[in-house]
Design a protein. Structure first.
Length: 339
């Protein structure tokens, strides 16, 4: 059985469980469903499956009608397991979710675990939020680095001591087995998979269509207790817009701060509050994204791309792409543009 549809699209199977979190189910369909080739052709076929096809409860006041059974998992190139409200029965979510549903004794359906154990070798498997518990129960996270929602990370580590739990990141990718933290980090995870499959240009188009950031670092902290920026104080948006039009040249922290008419210290603090990383780290990521786009869309020599992206030399570009993406500019171009 091919993991591609009849028209060549990569199959993504989304495993919906009782009391599914509808937001996370929607993320997968929305993002993969928007991905298009340069010619406008859909790149993915997304199907929803469940242990028993038919009506399925959600976390809202509506139900889902699921047409596919667990056999869809064996026919997919990518399997995504979103969270279920049942996953939170032992956590501190009870005050957050007020429903009249009865909590089951066993939230991890043995039929689902068995089906995941039987998926074909080489299938990419991903979990959003506490979907990681299902992957762990199926043995797919044994010895692997993984994350989940910060409120559930201690329980994941306790129940599955063979999993290397990292509670402080947005998502992980351990050789084709991926996990993400709660809610919106599922967006980051799906964009990461799309970017891995088809390059930055396609992923950026998807992000633009959904009006979300095209890239947040997987290693970015998923939860930080920091005060919200004062809305009366100007943001760093002007400085970021200016930087994006000047990536080809050296940019100093003093220049960025000047765009907001503030001190470098104040600017750095505001930048971290709004973006979640330092100005320098953000600049490097934007330069890598610019280089990736040029590698995909143009035939410019690597030396010229390095200058256009603000790295100056091919050696510097190579160093930063290796650190950020794990590949050289030449290898990246060969993958996403061809020889």
């Amino acid at each position: 059985m091919s993991v591609f549809s009849g028209d060549g699209r990569h199959r993504v199977a989304v495993l919906a469980r009782d009391r599914a979190l509808s937001f996370e189910l929607g993320i997968v369909h929305r993002l993969f469903g928007q991905a298009r080739s340069a010619e406008g052709a859909a790149l993915y076929e997304v199907v929803t499956c469940a242990a028993e096809p038919g009506e399925l409860r959600t976390d809202g006041d509506f139900t889902l009608t699921v047409a596919h059974g667990l056999e869809a998992l064996a026919e997919a190139g990518t399997v995504v397991v979103p969270a279920s409200l049942n996953d939170f029965e032992h956590d501190d979510f009870e005050n957050d979710f007020e429903h009249d549903f009865e909590r089951p004794d066993e939230p991890l359906d043995p039929a689902i675990v068995a089906a995941l154990e039987r998926i074909r070798p080489g299938t990419r498997v991903a979990a959003i939020c506490t979907g990681a518990f299902v992957l762990a129960a199926a043995g797919l996270l044994a010895g692997r680095r993984a994350t989940t929602h910060w409120r559930s990370s201690a329980r994941l580590r306790e129940r599955f001591p063979d999993v290397v739990v990292d509670p402080d990141v947005l998502y992980t990718d351990d050789d084709g087995v991926l996990t993400s933290a709660g809610g919106a980090s599922g967006v980051d995870l799906c964009l990461h998979m799309i970017r891995t499959d088809h390059g930055a240009a396609v992923a950026n188009d998807v992000a633009r269509g959904s009006v979300v950031p095209p890239h947040r670092e997987g290693g970015q902290a998923q939860y930080v207790r920091r005060p919200m920026p004062d809305p009366k104080i100007s943001s760093t948006g002007r400085a970021r817009r200016w930087a994006l039009t000047n990536l080809h040249r050296p940019i100093t922290l003093r220049e960025l701060a000047a765009q907001e008419a503030t001190s470098t210290r104040t600017f750095t603090r505001r930048f971290r509050d709004e973006i979640g990383t330092s100005p320098g780290r953000w600049l490097t990521r934007q330069r890598v994204e610019r280089a990736c786009s040029l590698l995909e869309r143009t035939d410019l020599p690597v030396d010229e791309i390095a200058v256009a992206a603000g790295f100056g030399t091919a050696g510097s570009l190579r160093l930063h792409m290796k650190a950020e993406l794990g590949v050289s500019p030449t290898a990246y171009r060969a993958t996403f543009r061809g020889p």
